[in-house]
Ligand binder design. Structure first.
Ligand code: SAH
Length: 348
């Protein structure tokens, strides 16, 4: 956790700010004015809040930190994606990726410094988890992305570094601030949470009443292979995971997207394709096939296009909606699974 004792202002709910304002003996309407500056005008310093008296701005500055992230570096990929490296107040570094597409301005954000789940093919978890991001830091990523675009964000995906359900409370707090009509005001359906299969997180999300999108990283249709690729499978088996996913869909009426990273001759054989079809048969869902982005720490190679086509065909023949994610940004290590966290000390 950062040593800073003050809270990040972008992690505070409007109602909490209203309470603070009340306790400070100030006028309650000030809280909405402040939120307007934070999320509609997106100012970057207290001084810019021109209709807030200086005495109140000074008191706010004593209690809350304005900037959670400091932008260190921006890397442009030749595919149009852009990676932002930022420093947190305790010196940890995180990455986020802008993924522009026609009529879409997506950002892929991080939820933790590192990740404890250690999927074999993912760079983000190679060093374990350092700490959770606070809501103010997550909202800070979103604001930084919008500033970098110079235009309104249309989609946010929690597919950067970390496991969002391992940091459930702060991620949910950030989503509520992002979703709040008085806050960042982005529709919940434009926000996607991706989990490696943390079953209690899926169960909790079911009861949030939030219309966010849920993606579940599957990557293998049988336990022995999934055990090898994703240690999380040792905690929650495929059967438990699929049961909870079915329950989630039945209760929320929301369609889950299963992510399947395709690794040459490891999880992309025809037999495994048929087993995947068997696993998902009669379950209303989507599948997102992601050809592996190769990383130094893992010997696996990306699937040949024929195998991706084969999987797509097998699934579609069963009536399952399939998309293939052509991962972008490999030239600047900004593609799926290539983000990593570092400490400022050993970042060079
Ligand atoms: N912890 C979450 C979100 C982070 S990763 C999760 O596991 O879902 C977002 C997606 O990228 C996941 O499906 C993840 O398995 C996938 N991924 C990780 N490393 C990858 C790689 N090297 N190539 C392609 N996809 C990868």
């Amino acid at each position: 956790m950062p040593e800073e004792s003050r809270q990040f202002i972008h992690g505070v709910f409007l109602a909490e700010l209203q309470d603070w304002i009340g306790q400070a003996g100030e006028k309650k309407f000030r809280a909405k004015q402040i939120w307007h500056w934070l999320y509609h005008r997106q100012v970057e310093a207290w001084e810019e809040m021109r209709n807030i008296p200086k005495t109140l701005r000074d008191r706010l500055a004593e209690s809350f930190v304005f900037q959670a992230l400091e932008k260190l570096e921006v890397q442009d990929s030749n595919t149009g994606t852009r990676k932002i490296l930022s420093r947190l107040s305790d010196g940890e570094l995180i990455e986020e990726v802008l993924i522009p597409a026609p009529n879409r301005r997506t950002v892929c954000i991080s939820s933790q410094v590192g990740c404890m789940y250690g999927c074999a093919f993912c760079a983000s978890g190679q060093l374990g988890v350092k700490r959770n991001l606070l809501a103010g830091e997550i909202v800070g990523e979103v604001l930084a992305a919008q500033k970098e675009y110079g235009d309104r964000l249309t989609n946010i995906v929690f597919m950067g570094i970390g496991e969002p359900f391992d940091n459930y409370d702060e991620v949910m707090r950030a989503i509520r601030i992002i979703n709040d009509p008085d806050g960042f005001c982005l529709g919940a359906r434009r926000i996607t949470l991706s989990t490696c299969g943390v079953v209690p997180g899926i169960q909790r999300l079911e009861n949030e009443g939030l219309q966010v999108e849920l993606s579940v990283s599957l990557h293998a249709p049988v336990d022995d292979l999934r055990d090898k690729l994703m240690p999380v499978n040792g905690s929650w088996s495929l059967e438990e995971l699929m049961d909870v996913c079915r329950h989630y869909t039945a209760v929320t009426k929301r369609i889950i997207t299963f992510e399947y990273t395709m690794i040459r001759d490891v999880n992309d054989t025809e037999e495994l394709g048929r087993q995947l079809v068997g696993l998902l048969r009669r379950f209303p869902c989507r599948v997102n096939l992601i050809p592996l982005s190769e990383i130094d720490e893992y010997e696996g190679k990306t699937s040949r296009p024929e195998r991706v086509d084969l999987f797509q065909r097998l699934l579609e023949d069963e009536g399952i909606n399939v998309t293939v994610r052509r991962s972008k940004g490999t030239d600047v290590n900004a593609a799926c699974g290539q983000l990593r966290s570092r400490s400022i000390k050993n970042s060079e």
